[in-house]
Design a protein around this ligand. Structure first.
Ligand code: SAH
Length: 524
């Protein structure tokens, strides 16, 4: 019986728990919807399928708890969808915003009704945010339509898996006679079965078949075959799951009639390379997307954590007196975020900074300032403390400086400014702490998937990574962000493979890309 959904409280009421079923799309974060991204950033908890790539999960708020549920979990009692639904209801009942992140679209082969049942029964508001389903993403990747006025006036989405469990479930005779496209999910393993059933139901042997495996992932592969040949073709080529198969005239190959087409996305200098990004999760870190843009895959394994400072008092006091400084120097984007949060939290805004001028130590810090609505008066060309002191050489003495920084780091800037006769006050806006240990899931992923590069973007990160990964690092190429970071690595006996020309994510990725180009095997 349909439930009376109008009786349910509003999904937008913020102080009560709610469950948001969010479509994650096929894997590339670029194929998330804006609404999905908003939900991820709002989430207290993200419950996700193991199929959802780390890149997408990284879009969630850093503080959000992440819980994996097996996609095909057959273990335990009862329906796995309902078990997940009960988990969602329990989490939301405690007042949390729970994002149930599902691959593709939540309403397509997503056990949506099973998972929603317990949530509705608990009277918890639900919202569904659609996502790009695998068939749509695959058609786009292969450059084919799913329907066509000439040859396909219907689209049928079916599971190729069910054929094994209950052959009576799908009537292939009817499907074969439909003048339309078939999009077969979960179908690679069963290709033998569904292709022969379609053939015996009268579908022409030369019906085009397109397979897209790992659609939108960096190792996406596409191939074209025919209904008669696809079982042999797909078997021979060992197509990895997840893959979606499109059957019908629309899947007409662009070239040839067999496995002739393999238009991977795997291009660019970092093609096929896996990069372990050790930075803490942050909402606006562009290292991952730069790695992806260069053709690589990024795996985020933070080795340090960003935490509130031991006390907010020094920062709060400095903020209240902000207009007494001539210069406020931000050493990192995290510092900007804490500063702005505390400023707004105290009911203040940019006016309370008076005539103080703002300095960002590097481009990411400047971006964080601008994102918060502030104008950066100065970004030094050399992205480190020395750059700031050089850029300020002509500041009238004594000028009053506020340095907004982390709990640790070098105090070179303070010393140099003081040596020039300036008055300096330093406040700790956040603290960064090494991660004590890696969870077993992360260790397993690193063991299973070959890592090519590890990025080391600060001395603390260098030390923590060496402690966590030990001798493994010796097998990876090491990309260091700056001379200071490289020096720390060398102190521990690790020679960086490359060092960024400037301390910015772009330069770091460019250094890795240059190395790969210089070491690429000559074309055959
Ligand atoms: N809700 C998902 C489907 C889940 S069922 C959606 O709307 O896309 C899982 C199946 O989806 C896989 O077996 C595969 O057929 C397909 N699939 C999911 N992600 C895929 C991807 N990135 N590339 C190709 N197929 C994918």
């Amino acid at each position: 019986m349909p439930r009376d959904r109008s009786a349910s409280p509003s999904a937008y009421h913020d102080h009560h728990g709610k469950v948001l079923f969010v479509g994650a799309g096929p894997g590339d974060p670029g194929l998330l919807t804006v609404r999905a991204l908003d939900c991820l950033r709002l989430a207290d908890v993200v419950v996700y399928d193991t199929l959802v790539p780390a890149d997408v999960l990284d879009m969630a708020a850093p503080a959000a708890a992440r819980l994996a549920v097996p996609r095909d979990g057959r273990e335990g009692n009862g329906d796995p969808g309902e078990a997940t639904g009960r988990l969602l209801a329990r989490l939301a009942a405690e007042g949390r915003t729970v994002v149930r992140l599902k691959g593709g679209d939540p309403a397509v082969f997503g056990r949506l009704s099973e998972e929603m049942g317990p949530v509705w029964e608990a009277g918890i508001p639900v919202e569904i945010i659609p996502g790009v389903t695998a068939a749509a993403a695959a058609a786009a990747a292969a450059g084919i339509p799913l329907t066509s006025r000439a040859s396909a006036s219907s689209l049928t989405i079916l599971t190729g898996h069910e054929a094994a469990d209950k052959p009576e479930g799908i009537d292939f005779r009817q499907l074969a006679s439909l003048p339309g496209t078939l999009a077969i999910y979960m179908g690679v393993e069963q290709v033998e079965r569904w292709s022969s059933e379609l053939l015996s139901a009268g579908k022409p042997a030369d019906t085009p078949v397109t397979i897209v495996s790992h659609c939108s992932w960096s190792d996406q592969r596409i191939a074209v075959s025919t209904l008669a040949r696809c079982a042999a073709d797909f078997e021979r080529n060992n197509w990895p799951s997840p893959a979606v198969v499109i059957v019908g005239e629309v899947a007409q190959p662009v070239v040839g009639a067999s496995i002739a087409l393999d238009r991977g996305r795997d291009r660019g200098p970092l093609a096929g390379r896996r990069v372990l990004n050790t930075r803490p999760r942050g909402p606006r870190d562009d290292l991952d997307s730069l790695v992806r843009a260069a053709g690589g895959r990024s795996l985020r394994v933070p080795v340090i954590r960003i935490q509130p400072p031991e006390s907010w008092q020094p920062l709060d006091d400095a903020i209240r007196q902000a207009d007494t400084f001539d210069w406020i120097v931000f050493a990192s984007a995290n510092g900007v975020r804490s500063f702005v949060d505390r400023l707004r939290g105290a009911g203040l805004d940019g006016r309370s900074l008076g005539t103080a001028r703002l300095i960002a130590i590097g481009p990411a810090t400047r971006e964080a300032l601008e994102h918060a609505g502030f104008t950066c008066d100065l970004t030094p060309t050399l992205f480190r403390s020395e750059g700031i002191t050089a850029a300020l050489a002509r500041a009238p003495t004594p000028s009053r400086f506020l340095l907004v920084r982390a709990n640790r780091g070098r105090d070179l800037m303070r010393r140099e400014l003081e040596a020039r006769g300036h008055v300096v006050r330093e406040v700790t806006a956040y603290s960064s702490e090494p991660v004590e240990s890696l969870d077993t899931a992360t260790v397993a992923v690193i063991d299973q998937m070959p890592v090519d590069w590890i990025t080391i973007t600060s001395s603390l990160i260098a030390e923590s990574a060496i402690r966590l990964f030990g001798s493994q690092i010796g097998r990876w190429r090491v990309a260091s962000l700056s001379p200071i970071t490289s020096a720390t690595l060398r102190q521990h006996g690790i020679e960086p493979t490359v060092e960024a020309a400037a301390a910015a994510a772009e330069s770091l990725v460019a250094a890795m890309a240059d190395w790969e180009i210089a070491h690429a095997p000559p074309p055959a």
